[in-house]
Design a binder for this molecule. Structure first.
Ligand code: PLP
Length: 408
């Protein structure tokens, strides 16, 4: 009889989104005539930019003819997309990333989770609290988290509390860690590192021989000049960081699926003999063995994000979400909430007004205001007492939700 990977059954079933869905469905059944506004959903509402759809159609038509048909895609991505990414996302910001340091994938969720494959189970992992749940759950799957405690925290993870007193930006760990997940702009808090703050992390990683796993899935939402779009804007980061990017929220690819990971040639980790091993080579080895490339049609759609039309259309999408985020943030403030985020991210992190627990406040908003948010405690224990509003909804829904909340 085969034995299972025990790490998988240590992970509690994902409770957050299923529980939100259960409570919302139950409420809707009991009050079918109430209009419930969803401000919890992390999925985008607006359709794909035309330029991307046109590129997909053109690429699909190429599949009809033997002379233009494409079979297996290169494991690391087509050169046309890697080049477009290099020029538009990095060179244009003065960051020299080479094509062979860019690995195209089906999104940042897979890559932030799979990256653990190339690291020893003995590594000590630091995660922000609250955090995108994939970092914690995949660390557990890889045997790096230990055992879960009753409060939901894992014995072997190092938690970096993010709260009111540190502007929701994690402080440097007090103990030695090997791998550090950082997400900026942040899901769920909307906080973002300035250059100076991120430079402290790069400096720390260099001094303590740690590797930063930098999730920049929301970089396109940055509006402030002193917030870096890439960790590689920071001097010295090439030796200590891996960066994850996504077309999901930037260009509406949540269902289309495309992202990429940057692994510079200089970033290394030790083997058992104590030699430095290139993580670029290891990630390449992992991808070429376990991943057979993102579909050609999809990579052409992603390439179109960087065309002149694509850029204009993507800007329009982003402007809409940014405006929406600002409207939610301002509206919540007018309604008397203490709020964070929403300036460089599509998420607004609101403190519950009278220190209510996140789930209690979720129930209040659902039943009294017919508004659905995400309870902050679902992202970690430091999220208790907060709820997350997402800016991916329709403008009329935002206006209506703010009206309901301002009414008192
Ligand atoms: N990283 C963060 C912080 C996210 O919030 C999400 C999605 O919600 C992802 C990664 C996943 O991105 P993708 O759609 O590219 O898999």
């Amino acid at each position: 009889m085969p034995k299972i990977n025990e790490n998988f059954i240590k992970i509690p079933a994902s409770y957050l989104f299923s529980e939100v869905a259960r409570r919302v469905n139950e409420y809707k059944k009991s009050k079918p005539d109430h209009r419930v506004i969803r401000m919890d959903i992390g999925d985008i509402k607006l359709p794909l930019p035309d330029a991307c759809v046109e590129a997909m159609i053109k690429a699909a038509n190429e599949q009809r003819s033997a002379s233009t048909f494409r079979g297996y895609a290169p494991d690391y991505g087509y050169d046309f997309l890697r080049e477009a990414i290099r020029n538009n996302d990095f060179i244009s910001r003065g960051v020299d990333i080479k094509e062979d340091e860019i690995f195209i994938s089906d999104g940042a969720k897979s890559d932030t989770g799979n990256i653990g494959d190339i690291f020893s189970a003995e590594n000590r992992v630091a995660v922000a609290d609250p955090a995108y749940p994939v970092y914690v759950d995949t660390s557990a799957m890889g045997g790096r988290a230990g055992v879960p405690h009753a409060n939901g925290q894992w014995s072997d993870l190092v938690y970096l509390p993010c709260n009111f007193s540190n502007d929701f930006l994690p402080a440097l760990p007090g103990v030695k860690v090997d791998l550090i997940y950082l997400c900026s702009p942040n899901n769920p808090t909307g906080a973002a590192f300035t250059h100076a703050k991120l430079a402290e992390w790069v400096d720390y990683a260099r001094k303590s021989s740690a590797v930063i796993l930098f999730d920049a899935a929301y970089e396109a939402f940055i509006t402030e000049a002193d917030v870096p779009h890439s960790i590689f804007e920071i001097d010295g980061a090439r030796e200590v960081a891996i960066e994850f990017r996504s077309f999901s929220k930037t260009a509406g690819f949540t269902g289309t699926r495309c992202g990429y990971t940057v692994v510079p040639k200089e970033v290394t980790a030790r083997n058992e003999r104590g030699d430095n091993v290139s993580l670029n080579a290891l990630w390449g080895r992992r991808q070429s063995t376990k991943f057979n490339g993102t579909a050609y049609v999809i990579q052409r759609a992603a390439e179109a994000v960087y065309s002149a039309e694509g850029k204009m259309q993507v800007k329009k999408l982003l402007d809409f979400y940014k405006e929406n985020a600002k409207a939610i943030r301002d509206g919540l403030q007018r309604a008397g909430y203490t709020v964070f985020g929403g300036t460089n991210a599509p998420y607004i992190w609101a403190q519950t007004p009278n220190s209510e627990k996140s789930w209690d406040y979720f129930d209040y908003l659902l039943k009294e205001k017919n508004i659905v948010v995400t309870p902050g405690s679902g992202f970690g224990s430091c999220g208790e007492g907060y709820v997350r509003f997402a800016a991916f909804g329709r403008q009329e829904d935002t206006d209506e939700a703010i009206r309901r909340l301002t009414e008192g």
